[in-house]
Design a binder for this molecule. Structure first.
Ligand code: CA
Length: 221
């Protein structure tokens, strides 16, 4: 899952970006509204974390421009402005949730999972296709009712990208986009290497290759 963090405070931005990476997100960070809009116009993100008090274009303007362009990306407002009026303007302006600063990172991560779940059209906290299941809260994967399997951050990210939409084929580029943030070097065979590692842990049939197109997990397997 790839997240865009829009935050002008360097200390807060570094802390959140670090926590997102520890939680297996590919996390890109921009510090003003204009850069946020330009970035979102050119790159797929699974979720945006948006501060309201930003230099230049403020967060509510960014949100307004984004929704006016019909960009449906899930979005959480994170801000110290905790007046009722700002909260209402944010939510009515198209934000999916609102987390007032200061917050515990664990709560922000749980709210992100909840928004992603709702936007994905699922009430169930665990992703799965009938064979493999993956719990985004604990990062545990299972095959059928087997023992939990431990995954690396990137193995988790790749499996999550596939399990969000079982049956959908994702190309190498689409998988790389969801696994790697800016400045993270992508080795040319990184995706193959991760798929190989996941098959070794979960069984060779769990992830299917569609030659020349990409990879998928079966739907209703
Ligand atoms: Ca700010």
């Amino acid at each position: 899952m790839r997240v865009l963090l829009v935050e002008d405070d360097v200390m807060i931005g570094e802390a959140i970006q670090g926590a997102l990476k520890d939680a297996s997100y590919a996390a890109d960070w921009v510090r003003n509204g204009a850069t946020a809009l330009a970035t979102l116009a050119g790159q797929h993100y699974d979720l945006v974390l948006l501060d309201l008090g930003l230099p230049g274009k403020d967060g509510l303007e960014v949100l307004g421009s984004l929704r006016a362009r019909d960009n449906p990306v899930p979005l959480l407002i994170i801000t110290a402005r905790d007046g009722l009026d700002d909260r209402l303007r944010g939510l009515d302006g198209g934000a999916d949730d609102y987390v007032p600063k200061p917050f515990e990172m664990a709560e922000l991560l749980a709210r992100m999972r909840a928004v992603l779940r709702r936007k994905g059209g699922s009430a169930a906290p665990v992703l799965g296709n009938g064979v493999i299941s993956l719990d985004p809260a604990t990062k545990e994967a299972r095959v059928k009712d087997g023992a939990p399997v431990l995954l690396s951050h990137r193995e988790f990210s790749l499996l999550q990208a596939l399990l969000v939409r079982p049956g959908a084929i994702l190309s190498r580029g689409e998988l790389e986009d969801r696994i790697y943030g800016w400045g993270e070097e992508v080795e040319s065979n990184a995706v193959e290497y991760l798929i190989h590692a996941l098959r070794r842990k979960l069984g060779s049939e769990t992830i299917k290759n569609v030659r020349g197109v990409g990879w998928m997990v079966s739907k209703n397997a």
